[in-house]
Design a protein around this ligand. Sequence first.
Ligand code: HEM
Length: 265
Amino acid sequence: MTRRPTIFLCTMIACCSLMIGSQAAQAADREKLLSDPGVYATFAAFKVDPEWWQLEKGARDAAVAAVKDVVRKHGEHVAIETYLLRGLSEHADLLFRTHATDMMHNQSFLVDLMGTTFGTHLVNTSTFNGMTKKATYVPNFPDETKAALKTPVDPGSKPYAIVIPIRKDAAWWLMSQETRTRLMKEHTDAALPYLKTVKRKLYHSNGLDDVDFITYFETENLADFNSLILALQQVKENQHNRRFGNPTLLGTVHSLDEVLDLLSR
Ligand code: HEM
C-alpha cells in the first residue's frame, strides 16, 4: 500500500530534475549564442498595422498566444530577444534580435512568426543580418589597452537598446591592416571611458547585407551614450563611415511577454 505514493514521488522528482536539466541546457545554449564567434544574427524591425488595433481583445489575445507558441517552437535553435520601439521610433514598433548557429534557423523563426495572425499585421520595416567574429584589431593592441578593454560593464539593468548599422567607405578597406589597427586604437581610446555604462556587441555584415557592421548597445545612461558617439565622431576613423545609422533604432529591452502584453492591450 505505501509503495504507490513512493513510486509517484520518485517519478515526480525524476520529471522535475529532467525539466530543470533541460531548462539549464537551453539557458546555456543562449549564453553561448550570445557570446560565441561564428554565430548568425538577424535584426528584424516591424510596425504593427492599424487593423491590429481594431481586432477584438479576445482575437488579439489568441493571436498573441500563437506568437508565444512559435517562439517556444524555435527556442531550441534560436535565442530570441525582443524590444519595444513604439513611441521612440517612427521606423518600427517592435524589434526581434535573433541568434543561431545557422542563418536558416533565424529565417525559419521569422517566417513562422510572419505566418501567425499577429504576423499578418506586422509590416517589416528593416532587417539586418550579420555574424559575430573574433576581434580583428584587439590582438595587436598594446597590453594596457587590452587590459582596459577587460573592464567589466557595471551590473544592473540596462533598459535601453540601440542599433546602429554602419557602412565604411572603399578607402577604409583599401588601407593596410596596420593603419586600420592604428585608427581603431584611437577609436578604442576615445570609447574606453564608456565601457562601464555601455554594453556593446559587434556584428559583421559584409556580403550578408548592404552594410558592413551592425553595432548593438545596451545602456541605462543615454547621456553617456550620447557623449560616446560625440567622442567617436572626433576620431579619424569616423571619416570613413559612409553610412552611420539610417536608421538608428532606439528601444527598450523587454521580455517577449511584456512586449506582447503592451501590444495586445
Ligand atoms: C564602450 C564603447 C566602445 C568601445 C570600448 C569600442 C571598442 C572597439 C574595439 C576594441 C573595436 C575593435 C574590435 C576588433 O578588434 O575587431 C571596435 C570596433 C568597432 N566599433 Fe567600437 N567601441 C565602442 C563603441 C562603438 C560605437 C558607439 C560605435 C558606433 C556606433 C562603434 C563602432 C565600431 C565598429 C563599426 C567597429 C568595427 C570596425 C572594423 O572592424 O573595421 N563602436 N570597437
